[in-house]
Design a protein around this ligand. Structure first.
Ligand code: NIG
Ligand code: FE
Length: 415
């Protein structure tokens, strides 16, 4: 059965793209198309039509529902292309330790950090893990997230990595938003392999990847390429192994140090390189013209007090990028994409146009979902945010820490 809904009197219809665009051009980031005083038609789960109110011809048209938005605005739902949303417990003690002077890296060295979460996860049964993750997913959907990527990486053993990935698979089954799963076995070296990292990498390559692929549990492969974690060489080995099983790479690089991870990831045609709080001229040169999408995570910078990635410099170099939340229990216990957009404007000094595009169409690109979501385009999914009655889209990042959301629709259904 076909169901048709029309929204009328939209103050600003934000993020319009008349046709599907596959290019990774800087205009995708810089230019935000807006139709003022607009209408939008949804048919079932997709966008059917849109335009200016004064060009709307209602003759011969039948709708199941006519919703007068009365000067509210509409934009594409956020596409959060980097999260670790499936985790067990929380780590607020580390938060307090940081307030009292320890750094994120010191806490990890003392056995906290990722290993702390891995221990909690090992002791949590899958149904409990699923429940807490589903709760967080619903929460971010209400804050406007309409597609999301979720990583494993708190398992660090075959059994527990699979536990996380199965929880993600269950989320895929039970929620209607597009979800991409990423295998991040190389998130940290577990204690029992502390003096034998290469043995752990063997386990990832010989046991984890084949088993995970056999169950079809992952779309991408990730590595935390960083001093004291995994080297560029380690990353290369792991990505190569993943690619044999059709897992493309989305990697953590340049969070604390620039060690050549970007160059290698670009060379290996990674879908995205994420973090980039530290960025050298060499890194920028490798990103230029490549198909790999830099993904910046400003709420991580806020929370653990590290520099913000230089989004402004990327724009000056014509390199489009995505913004994502990095939602995880250690460095970013928040999945609020509205805040991410505001922080990017405030601290990276990028315009609201670029920030909104980075969190919508570029986020879609970073999950290879650009053909189905990320913009107001005929034929794309009806994944939209209806705002409250705000004066303009600039108000979204301006009113930082708030959401201004009236309602969220995912695949044509209200969240
Ligand atoms: O993206 N940097 C590595 N991984 C996560 C944080 C992991 C954690 O602290 O639990 C991140 O920031
Ligand atoms: Fe992360």
């Amino acid at each position: 059965m076909i169901s048709k809904t029309i929204f009328t009197n939209i103050k600003e219809l934000i993020g319009v793209q008349q046709e599907f665009k596959n290019i990774k051009s800087i205009q995708l980031l810089k230019k935000l198309n807006v139709i003022k005083n607009a209408f939008l038609v949804i048919e079932n789960d997709k966008i059917l039509d849109f335009g200016k109110m004064d060009e709307l011809d209602l003759v011969d048209q039948k709708f199941d529902e006519i919703i007068d938005l009365n000067n509210k605005s509409v934009l594409p739902a956020w596409n959060d292309s980097h999260t670790h949303l499936v985790f067990a417990g929380s780590r607020e003690q580390e938060f307090v330790d940081r307030i009292n002077g320890l750094s994120y890296e010191q806490i990890a060295k003392n056995g906290g950090g990722i290993l702390n979460s891995a221990e909690k996860l090992a002791n949590t049964p899958i149904d409990q893990l699923y429940e807490s993750s589903a709760y967080r997913l619903e929460k971010v959907m209400k804050m406007g997230t309409g597609a999301i990527e979720i990583k494993s990486g708190y398992g660090l053993s075959l059994k527990n990595e699979i536990k996380i990935l199965r929880a993600i698979a269950l989320l895929k089954e039970n929620y209607n938003l597009p979800i991409k799963a990423t295998f991040l076995g190389a998130h940290a070296v577990p204690n029992e392999y502390k003096n034998n990292k290469s043995k752990y990498i063997d386990l990832i390559i010989k046991e984890m990847i084949p088993n995970i692929s056999a169950e079809n549990l992952a779309d991408y492969i990730d590595v935390f390429c960083e001093k004291n974690y995994f080297t560029v060489q380690d990353m290369q080995r792991i990505i190569e192994a993943g690619m044999k099983y059709n897992l493309k790479a989305k990697v953590h690089v340049n969070q604390f140090n620039s060690i050549g991870g970007i160059q290698k990831a670009v060379e290996m045609k990674a879908v995205s390189v994420d973090h980039l709080e530290v960025l050298s001229q060499n890194d920028i040169n490798s990103l230029k013209g490549s198909s790999t999408i830099p993904t910046l995570l400003p709420s991580c910078s806020l929370f653990i007090n590290i520099p913000y990635a230089n989004g402004k410099k990327l724009i000056e170099n014509d390199i489009p990028f995505a913004l994502a939340s990095d939602y995880n229990p250690g460095s970013t216990p928040s999945g609020n994409m509205n805040l991410v957009v505001a922080l990017a404007c405030i601290n990276m000094k990028i315009n609201p146009e670029a920030a909104i595009n980075a969190a919508t169409i570029m986020g879609a690109h970073a999950m290879e979902l650009e053909n189905i979501t990320g913009s107001i385009t005929k034929g794309k999914l009806a994944n939209i945010i209806v705002t409250e009655n705000i004066s303009s889209y600039n108000f979204i990042p301006y009113s930082f820490g708030e959401n201004n959301i009236d309602r969220v629709m995912v695949r044509g259904k209200w969240v």
